[in-house]
Ligand binder design. Structure first.
Ligand code: AMP
Length: 396
């Protein structure tokens, strides 16, 4: 029996088919540039690889193509082989705090969360509707990016603005990357051989989107993203934390419209805004002492260090700091820069271990380091498959 996991981004669709028994991957693929004149489709199944360029209008069409291809390629022979489909859903608002079986009312609730995640929730909903149109009887489960942070106490979740905006309008910090933070936390406990309910870690998910999470005794107590993924760290194209007055200044003094500011802060800022490049590999290659690329790296690293200090304070005891995401897993240089100067906080990076490029999860700190430093390879799709399986087992 198999579980299909679908991860719809704003213009992409990642899919992975898992064997339910051991969560091994049977087949995986990706569609990029959905909505553009030419979308890129790739699928890997055993030794077999397909790459195609076709026009795909939206996530509904993308999903229909994936479904048809799984049958054409013989990956699936009968729909009954599928136990369930697990969807990554970006924003669950304040209603959903665990993986939930999809029904009509859930779809309606998701639609009401669109203003909170206008780039992602519409494609997540289209994905769910496309599966329903292909196989009505198939069980679908929504796994929310926000759910893991439901445990954040009010003093971390609430903004210091009028309380009614929190109570009535649900304006608060929700946090994202929850499936990744939850997965790397569990993997960290395995690596440390420690109990989840007695382990405190700071999880650094550093990819094109980036966030930090403080996890105390297995529960998220704070995270850097807020009501939307814009708050917090410097990201590929998002600014992260800024003084909100900049928005008024841009509007009143420079005549920017709200749409232009939205675009500026979400798509044209962060690393891209600082140096014209959002791919960390390229930035590292081009960085020389003193140029804009180097400054972008310095600002990126500096913000992470500030969050580490803050989260070590609120955790009271930090067992480990975990690096994950495309940058966290692959850039020994960024990891070293982040750890530089933090010895006073009990962090001692082992520079040789840090150079290790194996695909395994690793401890990167020196044996005497009070706070362990870990490299954990995140796997959001696997976590979605696990949560899908668990929620359905609970219902049996
Ligand atoms: P993600 O969003 O998790 O896929 O991460 C994407 C980011 O990881 C991009 O900024 C990539 O440039 C970065 N990345 C991937 N591999 C490396 C690497 N070897 N060194 C530095 N950055 C990398």
């Amino acid at each position: 029996v198999k579980i299909l996991v679908l991860n719809s981004g704003s213009s992409s669709l990642k899919f992975k088919l898992f064997k339910m028994l051991d969560e091994s991957v049977i087949c995986s693929g990706l569609i990029e540039n959905i909505g553009a004149r030419e979308s890129l489709f790739s699928l890997s199944h055993q030794e077999h690889r397909i790459n195609k360029k076709i026009a795909i209008q939206d996530h509904y069409e993308a999903l229909c193509i994936v479904f048809d291809l799984l049958f054409e390629e013989g990956v699936l022979v009968d729909i009954a082989e599928l136990y369930a489909v697990g969807h990554r859903v970006v924003h669950g608002g304040d209603k959903f705090y665990k993986a939930t079986v999809v029904d009509e009312s859930l779809i309606e609730e998701l639609k009401s969360c669109i203003p909170l995640a206008p780039l992602h929730n519409p494609s997540n909903i289209l994905g769910i509707e496309a599966v329903a149109s292909k196989a009505k009887e198939l069980t679908q489960v929504a796994v929310f990016d926000t759910a893991f942070h439901h445990t954040m106490p009010n003093h971390a979740a609430q903004y210091a603005i009028q309380a009614s905006l929190y109570k009535e309008d649900k304006i608060k910090r929700y946090g994202f990357h929850g499936t990744s933070h939850s997965y790397v936390f569990k993997q960290s406990c395995k690596l440390l051989d420690s109990k989840t309910e007695a382990t405190n870690i700071i999880s650094l998910h550093l990819g094109n989107g980036a966030s930090v999470c403080a996890i105390k005794n297995g529960k998220s107590i704070d995270t850097s993203m807020g009501m939307t993924p814009l708050e917090g760290l410097v990201m590929g194209t998002r600014s992260g934390d800024i003084d909100p007055s900049i928005i008024f200044y841009l509007h009143k003094t420079k005549g920017y419209s709200l749409e232009e500011i939205d675009l500026l802060l979400n798509k044209q800022s962060g690393l891209l805004g600082l140096c014209g490049e959002n791919d960390m590999r390229m930035i590292l290659q081009k960085a020389k002492e003193g140029n804009a690329y180097q400054l972008a790296i310095d600002i990126f690293v500096y913000r992470i260090k500030k969050y580490i200090g803050a989260y070590m304070a609120i955790l009271e005891r930090t067992d480990a700091i975990v690096f994950t995401g495309g940058i966290g897993e692959n850039s020994e240089q960024i990891r070293e820069l982040i750890c530089e100067g933090l010895e006073g906080l009990g962090l001692y990076l082992d520079k040789d271990k840090n150079l290790n490029t194996s695909k395994k999860d690793l401890i990167l700190s020196q044996t005497n380091s009070l706070v362990k430093l870990l490299l954990i390879h995140t796997d959001e799709e696997k976590e979605i498959a696990i949560q899908t399986k668990e929620v359905l087992k609970d219902l049996e």
